[in-house]
Design a protein around this ligand. Structure first.
Ligand SMILES: *[C@@H]1O[C@H](CO)[C@@H](O)[C@H](O)[C@H]1NC(C)=O
Ligand SMILES: *[C@@H]1O[C@H](CO)[C@@H](O)[C@H](O)[C@H]1NC(C)=O
Ligand SMILES: *[C@@H]1O[C@H](CO)[C@@H](O)[C@H](O)[C@H]1NC(C)=O
Ligand SMILES: *[C@@H]1O[C@H](CO)[C@@H](O)[C@H](O)[C@H]1NC(C)=O
Ligand SMILES: *[C@@H]1O[C@H](CO)[C@@H](O)[C@H](O)[C@H]1NC(C)=O
Ligand SMILES: *[C@@H]1O[C@H](CO)[C@@H](O)[C@H](O)[C@H]1NC(C)=O
Ligand SMILES: *[C@@H]1O[C@H](CO)[C@@H](O)[C@H](O)[C@H]1NC(C)=O
Ligand SMILES: *[C@@H]1O[C@H](CO)[C@@H](O)[C@H](O)[C@H]1NC(C)=O
Length: 578
């Protein structure tokens, strides 16, 4: 299944785009918006007795056309004299390297070596982006070419084209963040293009508020989650808070791993332990190999594995780093995070505590309390400690420690939270974590509206954090133009959320640095999208059948019995292999 772009925003034949915001970002160009007309194929129109030349000349009498681009030398030459005195810039468009330019009968690849010739009839060139940053067959960037420098030397402006947010072949170097790609063309320290032509004109304009960046298993979009590499990258990417989802090993050691099932985030299925797969009806997991079944020594023999949530769309995360790094005990994580000076705190998440105590004889909350008391966090309150759980009984156990922040996780998509439920949450938690769909519900990836959950919780003095933010274009509703920055903008500006939990902290840090966000009056391209705006544009017969509305969170969802006592384990449970 492929996610198809909604066609409503595509213009054919004549593309009118506004590169103005981008030009403005570079400093001194035109204020207001400019018009760019792309004339794809003059010879085609000539055969049909239509004159593109006359069309352009007549249009330019009525409106100011800033740019005219064409892939045909003769066409640009023919209009050059007519437009010489006006403001219009003529841009020669390069098609594929092996395509033949109809007037000179040379391939575009060889015209590239003849920039002085192009300068005789054009003021700039428009090239596919891979002319500047070639990509190898495994989808990583190669070294940039000297094209931009050469063209600038020849007195030509350079524009890059073929940018798309929903581009499954975006090089891995950009971690699926389309803005990172634009920046590599504009601000790479070596050379800068003079503009970009994009199917998604909002993205290049949006490149900057106090928002807490919480990692999800470190920078797990780039490295296997919860490895030293993922945490190091999260620190260098600008995460404020590092997270550790705690799992227990068979020998009672708390470790950081995103799932109790080792199959999700390690290569255990290909290991000597593959025959340990069992069903666990309590946790509703089939064919799992569980952390509590293996000792820490055994788990260290496994390779961590990058998580690919969009494998169904053939979107894989960086193959080069897919097994990099080492898993960590909670105690190692605490040392690492404490030593990272830019990190202001840690988030420890605890799930399945009642199951582990009752059925596996493992006390996860006690193990975490123990690790914290032995760490330097105890006597050095410089870094915040946050505990996250969907089990109110877990949070209650941490209440006595006093200064910890306790995040109650609403672990389902909900459409409302009753006031009485919020009062119940306030008894055990200091903040709430909700899903993106509990803020902006969607139907078949169209935003259908907004819930009032965020302002409601905040009215009760509960900060709201939203999870999980990802970059892959299939992770955002259509309304956000396949742009993770637009999605963030919507949550931050229309909803004023307090923080995000993200697999790509670099993207959120970049979003926060966007200087446009500092303006009192947001530029029009940064204003949030009206929720539900897109789905109303569809004819009702084309609408998907409505999905059932999300439930309302009630007190009985929140109130839990106290954690059961940790079962006494029979002395022989230690698993012996070989
Ligand atoms: C332009 O149109 C002609 C005639 O229809 C066609 O043969 C040619 O392939 C087209 N060129 C491009 C670049 O689309
Ligand atoms: C273009 O004009 C010529 C001469 O007037 C005519 O013979 C030809 O059929 C026209 N072609 C089309 C596609 O209208
Ligand atoms: C550049 O292209 C023009 C037009 O095709 C040609 O006359 C000229 O010889 C070319 N120059 C070089 C150096 O290839
Ligand atoms: C990358 O390309 C630039 C210019 O094209 C060149 O100066 C530089 O040496 C290249 N770097 C590598 C690592 O090849
Ligand atoms: C991916 O495909 C598999 C098999 O077709 C299916 O069971 C699974 O639910 C799909 N996952 C998602 C997230 O759509
Ligand atoms: C602490 O951080 C410094 C600087 O980043 C590093 O050199 C040192 O090895 C770190 N120490 C530990 C125990 O990780
Ligand atoms: C819920 O609490 C808010 C804030 O205190 C209040 O404005 C609202 O009227 C309450 N709603 C109900 C149904 O009691
Ligand atoms: C492994 O887990 C299963 C249940 O998932 C349990 O029956 C079995 O005793 C466990 N083995 C060890 C060694 O803990």
């Amino acid at each position: 299944m492929l996610k198809l772009r909604p066609v409503i925003c595509l213009f054919s034949l004549l593309l009118l785009y506004s590169p103005a915001p981008l030009l403005a970002a570079q400093g001194s160009r035109s204020r207001g918006s400019s018009k760019w007309q792309t004339l794809a194929n003059d010879s085609f129109f000539s055969q049909h007795n239509l004159s593109m030349r006359n069309f352009i000349i007549s249009v330019s009498r009525r409106v100011i056309v800033n740019y005219v681009s064409s892939p045909e030398v003769d066409f640009l030459r023919s209009i050059k004299s007519r437009l010489r005195t006006g403001p219009t810039k003529l841009v020669f468009q390069f098609l594929g390297r092996d395509d033949v330019e109809p007037s000179t009968r040379q391939i575009y690849g060889s015209l590239l070596n003849n920039l002085t010739f192009i300068k005789t009839f054009a003021t700039g060139i428009l090239v596919p982006k891979n002319y500047i940053w070639p990509v190898d067959s495994s989808l990583y960037l190669q070294n940039y070419t000297s094209l931009v420098l050469d063209a600038h030397k020849a007195g030509l402006e350079v524009y890059a084209s073929s940018f798309m947010n929903d581009d499954a072949s975006l090089p891995y170097d950009y971690s699926y963040d389309p803005v990172a790609e634009y920046l590599s063309f504009i601000d790479n320290g070596k050379s800068s293009v003079d503009g970009v032509l994009s199917d998604f004109p909002i993205t290049p304009s949006a490149t900057i508020a106090k928002l807490l960046i919480i990692s999800s298993e470190g920078a797990s979009g780039d490295y296997p989650g919860c490895t030293d590499k993922a945490y190091e990258k999260a620190v260098s990417d600008g995460a404020d808070i590092l997270d550790c989802p705690v799992q227990m090993t068979n020998d009672g050691i708390p470790i950081c791993l995103g799932s109790v099932n080792l199959r999700d985030k390690t290569n255990v299925a290909q290991s000597e332990f593959s025959n340990l797969a069992t069903n666990n009806p309590d946790l509703n997991i089939k064919d799992g190999i569980f952390t509590y079944n293996l000792t820490w020594n055994q788990i260290q023999r496994l390779k961590p594995a990058i998580y690919n949530p969009y494998i169904n769309f053939s979107l894989f995360r960086s193959p080069r780093t897919k097994n990099d790094g080492n898993l960590m005990q909670l105690s190692d994580f605490l040392v690492f995070a404490n030593n990272a000076s830019s990190v202001s705190g840690i988030l420890i998440s605890i799930e399945n505590a009642a199951y582990l105590a009752e059925k596996q004889g493992l006390g996860v909350t006690d193990a975490v309390l123990d690790a914290l008391s032995k760490s330097s966090y105890n006597n050095q309150p410089a870094k915040k400690i946050m505990i996250k759980s969907s089990d109110s009984a877990v949070l209650s156990k941490f209440k006595s420690r006093g200064n910890d922040e306790r995040f109650y996780l609403v672990d389902e998509d909900v459409r409302d939270i009753l006031n009485s439920t919020i009062l119940e949450i306030k008894k055990i938690a200091t903040s709430v974590v909700v899903s993106k769909k509990s803020v902006f519900p969607t139907d078949k990836l169209f935003v259908t509206g907004e819930t009032g959950i965020v302002p409601k919780l905040q009215a009760f003095n509960l900060p709201v954090y939203v999870q999980y933010f990802q970059n892959e274009f299939v992770s955002q509703p259509w309304d956000f133009f396949s742009d993770p920055h637009m999605e963030l903008n919507e949550h931050v500006y229309s909803m004023g959320i307090n923080g995000v939990i993200t697999e790509y902290p670099a993207t959120v840090a970049k979003f926060i640095r966007n200087r446009c966000l500092g303006y009192k009056n947001l530029p029009i391209y940064m204003t949030p999208v009206p929720p539900g705006g897109l789905i109303h544009l569809m004819a009702s017969k084309n609408l998907p059948p409505a999905e059932a509305p999300n439930p309302i969170l009630t007190e009985s969802d929140v109130v839990e019995p106290p954690l059961p006592p940790v079962m006494q384990r029979p002395p022989s449970t230690a698993f012996v292999l070989c």
